[in-house]
Write a protein that binds this ligand. Structure first.
Ligand SMILES: Nc1nc2c(ncn2[C@@H]2O[C@H](COP(=O)(O)OP(=O)(O)O)[C@@H](O)[C@H]2O)c(=O)[nH]1
Ligand SMILES: [Mg+2]
Length: 390
């Protein structure tokens, strides 16, 4: 039979753990096709939560305790518990579960059904129909959770998952095995663990589903959610998102083009010092093309770097592609002028710069030209290597 472990991190939850363990054991009785266990990860709570767990563990073989010597934070506790459950006890699935009865245990069978259906990870969600947050939460906490989740969706540009910060989840071993190695390089010890873990699981393409649940406010003890929560989460989000964007090819392409434009303008000064104007313009364009070629090869397409022997022919192709882009811009400007005409649209306030249709044709030309360049680079010059079956 497959094994599931409900992992409960605790810090000063003596009263709560006393209540929640019997309720869970009762719930487990309805579950026939899974072997159910509880694993409490306590950070040597001053209120001696661990002693209560030890008493249960003596009576019930499904109850287990991991004791951390010092406070490890929510993420630290979960990583420790998951390692133990998957590697020592041979778990197939673990649950993230709060001690304070905020998570309705009656939902556990529903989570397991989704796992049985083939999902890799199941999220208890407060923000899909059927789910909810406590009515009596203060405005501050409601705002934090609702707006926080919205901000997360915007930064990660993922609106398919509605509850990123919830702490009621079922995670299969394969998700853990894939995500866990990456959970040590950043600061995941606190509540940021939840967003970080989920974000990585999503990126790896696991099958994830949300099921609704109503979050119930704790009646005993205090929340450990600290003020560093917002700061840490935002820091994490901007860091990983920044990294993702910096690795994006289109981003690199645009930056490379920007550098090219700068090189063109600056080198024009130098070329003009030694050449007549027309020739200097031509040489500055060629200098920019060389710059673009170099940056594209070592950065934008670093994963498809050309061999030195390919440089001459690829550089000729690159020049033709760039020439194509210039031609596109000239043609669009010509067509615009002759088909639509040149006329003033508006004047920028203060600086009094006239914006006319000619500017619009130029902008459209630049965009279409860039589109052409990107197309030529990816399909012609830095072609995706085809697998050879020699
Ligand atoms: N082991 C351990 N558990 C923690 C730590 N911080 C929070 N928890 C537990 O994580 C669960 C969720 O914390 P809680 O304070 O209820 O957060 P909230 O529900 O977001 O207000 C509870 O069972 C806490 O006891 C920690 O540093 N170590
Ligand atoms: Mg709680």
């Amino acid at each position: 039979m497959k094994k599931a472990f409900v992992i409960i991190p605790t810090y000063n939850e003596r009263e709560n753990i006393l209540k929640v363990i019997p309720i869970l054991l009762e719930t487990f009785k309805q579950i026939k096709n899974w072997e159910m266990n509880i694993l409490v990860v306590d950070d040597t709570s001053p209120d001696k939560t661990a002693d209560v767990v030890k008493d249960f563990a003596k009576k019930y073989k499904q109850v287990h305790l991991v004791l951390n010597k010092k406070k490890s934070g929510l993420g630290g506790a979960y990583l420790r518990g998951m390692d133990q459950a998957f590697h020592e006890y041979g778990a197939d699935v673990v649950f993230e579960f709060d001690a304070d009865l905020s998570h309705n245990p009656a939902k556990i069978p529903e989570f397991l059904r989704k796992i049985d259906e083939g999902y890799d990870m199941v999220l208890g969600s407060r923000y899909i129909p059927g789910g909810g947050i406590p009515e009596d939460w203060g405005l501050h906490r409601k705002f934090l959770s609702v707006v926080g989740n919205f901000v997360i969706m915007v930064i990660l540009t993922n609106f398919t998952i509605r509850d990123w910060t919830g702490g009621y989840r079922a995670i299969t071993r394969k998700v853990y095995d894939a995500v866990e190695p990456e959970m040590h390089d950043e600061k995941f010890t606190g509540y940021t663990f939840q967003i970080g873990f989920l974000h990585k699981a999503v990126k790896k393409g696991f099958k994830i589903i949300e099921i609704p649940f109503k979050f119930v406010d704790r009646t005993i003890g205090v929340s450990k959610l600290g003020n560093e929560y917002i700061k840490n989460n935002l820091l994490y989000l901007f860091k990983v998102r920044g990294k993702e964007i910096a690795q994006n090819r289109i981003f690199k392409f645009v930056i490379t083009g920007g550098i090219g434009a700068l090189v063109q303008l600056l080198s024009l000064f130098l070329w003009r010092a030694i050449l007549p104007y027309e020739l200097a313009v031509f040489m500055s364009i060629e200098t920019a093309i060389v710059s673009n070629f170099i940056f594209s090869n070592i950065w934008t397409f670093s994963d498809r770097k050309l061999k030195a022997s390919q440089y001459p022919s690829k550089f000729v192709q690159f020049n033709l592609a760039s020439g194509g882009s210039i031609l596109i811009q000239v043609v669009i400007a010509f067509l615009g002028k002759n088909l639509i005409g040149l006329f003033e649209l508006f004047r920028l306030p203060v600086v009094q710069v006239v914006i006319d249709t000619g500017m619009i044709y130029a902008v459209v030309g630049i965009l279409v030209g860039m589109f052409w360049n990107f197309f030529a680079y990816t399909t012609l010059i830095w072609k995706k290597p085809t697998e050879s079956h020699a």
